[in-house]
Ligand binder design. Structure first.
Ligand SMILES: [Fe+2]
Length: 155
């Protein structure tokens, strides 16, 4: 009989089920971006698992690492979009900034002793999944087309 998850998020009882499951639908066909998204997904799952423990020493370093990995990843995405002249850069960047603003507020709250609770975990999970499947998928399609055009111009 599988053990019930005690995180309070109503997770399915199978312990193998991840908070944010991976899968091909999250892959965008850009190797480095996909690798970074997978790293972020794993960190979020680690944060969820660590938050089950009441000890902040268990989840604080994971939260910090998640925030810094997301920051680097956003920089890389924006650099790629700029290099290939993606017209959606400004709007995409604004979405990144909205998450980074929230992350800065959360970091400050954590520094003052707040805990990462259910609404925060669900917000992060929803934001990341929706962002990858929405604006990032559009960006990936644009970048793949741009690279194809560039390669065709060599012929
Ligand atoms: Fe993005």
């Amino acid at each position: 009989m599988p053990k019930a998850c005690s995180c309070g998020l109503g997770c399915p009882t199978a312990p193998a089920r991840e908070f944010l499951p991976g899968g091909t639908h999250l892959r965008l066909g850009l190797e480095e971006i996909d690798r970074q998204h997978e790293e972020i997904r794993r960190l979020l799952n680690r944060l969820h698992a660590a938050c089950v423990q009441a000890d902040p020493a268990a989840w604080r370093p994971v939260f910090k690492q998640l925030v810094s990995t997301v920051k680097e990843h956003f920089r890389d995405e924006e650099r790629l979009m700029r290099r290939h002249g993606d017209p959606a850069l400004a709007a995409h960047k604004a979405r990144h900034e909205s998450l980074l603003d929230r992350a800065a507020d959360l970091s400050e709250a954590v520094r003052r002793g707040a805990v990462i609770d259910e609404p925060v975990l669900l917000y992060l999970k929803g934001w990341l999944r929706d962002h990858v499947l929405g604006p990032d998928a559009r960006m990936a399609a644009f970048l793949r087309r741009a690279v194809r055009k560039e390669l065709n111009a060599w012929r």
